[in-house]
Design a protein around this ligand. Structure first.
Ligand code: MG
Length: 459
């Protein structure tokens, strides 16, 4: 089928313009038919459009005869955990995650709490586009019940995976920045229950996201950084709008990308679980492989996307995964990214190590990064990538998602077409400041040469 409903993380659009109540109703009809009615948890983020979308989706689900357990405004990972914990058939999460404030979104999760894999989304799309809806008899229409206590169950589960007493004894000072998203419900409370002194910023839920953009990027987290320094905190943590991602600031107030702080969690995990498999997208820093080699673990590189990581973990039985954007997947809890779980794991690590986070990070191998963009003629997109694959030479070449090449000196470059515009994104890493710059120049030149040749051959 050429028509698509789902993007990389569910269905997203501007509220009331792209994602209208009419569309949401039809999504509800399709999802209800997909589950054959079923018992479903439904919850939402704090965006202005989310209640409108939820009610429309619910009407569609009622039409299919679904029994809905409404958990209200709730972090995405808490909703996912509840689906599994309460033995539901599935769930629908109304969230646009890290997107700008005007967006709303819909995610569908299976009975294990994990978002549907692509082959299952296709089934929902087929029902949606061909209108193979399930219309319940008037006696069999669905219903909605309020489900309370989800946050308690979820936070108890998170705490069960860490040494609560050891963390409490340290009395950490922690700054948390939920970015006016739903993480305001879970993480400040989790931190208090772990005996931390909590300083919260942007911690009221507000769909206009007045504090900062909903996506946690180091350049948006100046407030977190300053607060960490002002109060002399041990740790800072910032979530995206639905609290499944976490970026950390160290005790000096420096905000790090997720793969670097994850490397510390990975090292600790492999120390206790030697030989285990770590799952991460091809866009992550090689530091994850460095740590795995040092500690006797293995790395499974995947295509980019959190749902891909989750399903790779399910297939391989891997217990730990991560994304550079701050997604941490802890399988013993649930194989989906979970912002509060990430915070608990980091505090557990700090409680064991008894040294400041900045000092631990300083010990890790240092990588320098260089990024670039190369525009290309849309019609040549695949031909250019095919030719690039033929030409590249390096220590190791992986082509599961774009082209990634590693070289003997530990440097690497990834070339991937952007999902939204006719541009290749180049992302190079190296152990010296010059190396990634050289790689970007070399590959930019190679791409431009290929484009000229392919164009010449056609005209
Ligand atoms: Mg998110």
């Amino acid at each position: 089928m050429s028509r698509r409903l789902f993007g990389t993380n569910g269905i997203r659009g501007v509220a009331n313009r792209e994602l209208t109540p009419e569309l949401a109703l039809r999504v509800g009809l399709a999802v209800g038919a997909y589950f054959g009615g079923g018992r479903l948890i439904v919850g939402r983020d704090g965006r202005f459009g989310s209640l409108m979308v939820q009610r429309a989706v619910e009407a569609g689900l009622h039409s299919a005869g679904s029994t809905i357990y409404d958990v209200g405004v709730m972090p995405t990972p808490a909703i996912q955990y509840a689906v599994k914990h309460f033995g539901m058939d599935g769930g629908v999460i109304i969230t646009a995650s890290h997107n700008p404030p005007e967006y709303v979104g819909i995610k569908v999760v299976a009975s294990n709490g994990v978002e549907l894999p692509r082959e299952e989304e296709v089934k929902v799309e087929e029902i949606f586009f061909e209108e193979k809806f399930l219309r319940a008899d008037w006696r069999g229409l669905g219903s909605t019940h309020r489900l309370s206590g989800v946050l308690d169950v979820y936070l108890e589960a998170v705490k069960s995976h860490v040494d609560v007493d050891a963390i409490r004894r340290r009395g950490f000072r922690v700054v948390v920045d939920p970015g006016n998203g739903v993480g305001a419900l879970s993480t400040p409370r989790l931190l208090r229950e772990l005996g931390c002194r909590v300083y919260a910023i942007n911690s009221h839920i507000d769909g206009s996201f007045p504090g900062r953009p909903p996506e946690p990027r180091p350049e948006y987290l100046g407030g977190l950084s300053n607060a960490v320094r002002d109060v002399g905190a041990d740790l800072g943590a910032a979530h995206d709008g639905d609290a499944d991602r976490t970026l950390f600031a160290d005790d000096r107030g420096v905000v790090h990308w997720g793969d670097r702080t994850f490397a510390l969690l990975e090292r600790e995990f492999l120390r206790e679980n030697p030989g285990e498999l770590i799952v991460t997208p091809i866009s992550s820093c090689t530091i994850i492989e460095d740590v795995a080699k040092e500690m006797g673990g293995r790395v499974r590189w995947t295509r980019v996307g959190s749902v891909v990581v989750s399903h790779a973990m399910l297939e391989t039985g891997a217990k730990l995964g991560a994304e550079e954007n701050g997604g941490i997947f802890y399988g013993p809890h649930q194989p989906v990214r979970d912002g509060a779980m990430a915070v608990a794991l980091m505090l557990d690590l700090l409680a064991r190590e008894k040294r400041p986070l900045s000092e631990l990070l300083d010990e890790l191998p240092r990588y320098y990064i260089e990024k670039a963009r190369v525009e290309y003629p849309v019609e040549l997109r695949d031909a250019i990538m095919d030719e690039l694959r033929r030409r590249v030479k390096g220590e190791r070449v992986v082509t599961i998602d774009g082209v990634k090449v590693w070289f003997g000196d530990g440097s690497s470059i990834l070339v991937r077409p952007s999902g939204t515009e006719p541009v290749y994104r180049l992302y190079a890493e190296g152990r010296t400041e010059e190396r990634p710059k050289e790689l970007v120049e070399e590959f930019r030149g190679m791409l431009q040469e290929i484009i000229v040749e392919l164009r010449g051959g056609r005209s």
